[in-house]
Design a protein around this ligand. Structure first.
Ligand SMILES: C[S@@+](CC[C@H](N)C(=O)[O-])C[C@H]1O[C@@H](n2cnc3c(N)ncnc32)[C@H](O)[C@@H]1O
Length: 268
């Protein structure tokens, strides 16, 4: 692990509540459409890996009122918010546990379906991830994966956004991660024990100021790591933050969120 940089780079719990809410508002429609189209009709048990604040876990639970959903995450702060959201939505068939999917398969396996979104981009060992995720699924079970590729796009063009995209990629490479997931993930799944059943892509347009705030909120999350790794100076980080705020408050600007690959894999 790089000194002073936590294994999960981003903030957790309350400080990341609004960013994950915006992320869910933007990406849930595309996720739900892909899942509703490809979810096996007889699935009754679902594992949501790296469930964050539990938005998708709670949705799965509502979609499958007679099924059971388990959300796992390595952060207790995230799990507190999962419990709050579960109570607010009156969900009774979802449970949340602290579990690191890279270190072991969950005890409560096997599941009909395993799902993750924006998780593999934060995981160094895809080998351990797939080993444990496949072990958590029944034979013939489904694995749904949604992971992004850089860059964020903006019209009119912004030198600061170009730089932020570049720095995000540099940082992930330096930390042994893949923020730019689509190509490496596609290559990786050719060599594991799964069949590829369906592939999709989604990319939301960010139009309101709240939606476009995803740019500065995302950059804010990595700024300390950029400084710790000396990839950027304090002055540069401040300038980029100011410019990204400017993009989000400009009513004329249009932002393209990160493009996401959607995969439906089946364990052989
Ligand atoms: C960017 S968030 C995505 C949350 C959620 N999947 C969503 O789409 O809203 C990634 C989550 O994965 C969790 N996480 C990171 N590494 C993990 C691991 N090895 N095992 C389980 N959860 C992990 C983090 O704590 C964080 O809550």
């Amino acid at each position: 692990m790089t000194k002073n940089i936590p294994s999960y780079l981003l903030q957790v719990g309350d400080p990341d509540r609004e960013r994950l809410e915006i992320l869910a508002e933007l990406y849930n429609p595309g996720s739900k459409e892909f899942l509703q189209t490809h979810m096996p009709t007889d699935a009754t048990s679902i594992l949501d890996l790296g469930c964050g604040h539990g938005q998708m876990s709670n949705w799965f639970a509502q979609e499958l009122p007679r099924g059971s959903v388990v959300g796992i995450d390595i952060s207790d702060e995230q799990l507190v918010i999962c419990a709050e959201n579960k109570a607010a939505e009156n969900v009774c068939n979802a449970q949340f546990f602290n579990h690191d999917i890279v270190s072991d398969k969950p005890d409560f396996a096997p599941f009909d379906v395993a799902y993750c979104r924006f998780l593999l981009m934060h995981v160094k060992s895809w080998e351990c991830f797939f080993q444990n995720t496949l072990a958590a699924c029944k034979a013939g079970g489904s694995i749904f994966i949604e992971e992004p590729a850089f860059p964020f796009f903006c019209y009119p063009e912004s030198a600061s956004l170009h730089r932020a995209n570049f720095l995000g990629n540099q940082l992930s490479t330096k930390l042994g991660l893949n923020f730019d997931c689509i190509s490496p993930l596609w290559r990786y799944i050719q060599n594991i024990d799964v069949d590829i059943c369906a592939v999709g892509f989604s990319q939301p347009a960010l139009i309101s100021s709240r939606e476009k705030s995803l740019l500065w909120r995302s950059f804010y999350q990595i700024k300390d790591a950029l400084l710790a790794t000396k990839l950027a100076t304090v002055c540069e980080v401040q300038q980029i933050m100011t410019d990204l705020h400017g993009i989000s408050s400009d009513p004329q600007s249009l932002v393209g969120g990160l493009r996401v690959i959607q995969l439906h894999l089946k364990k052989r």
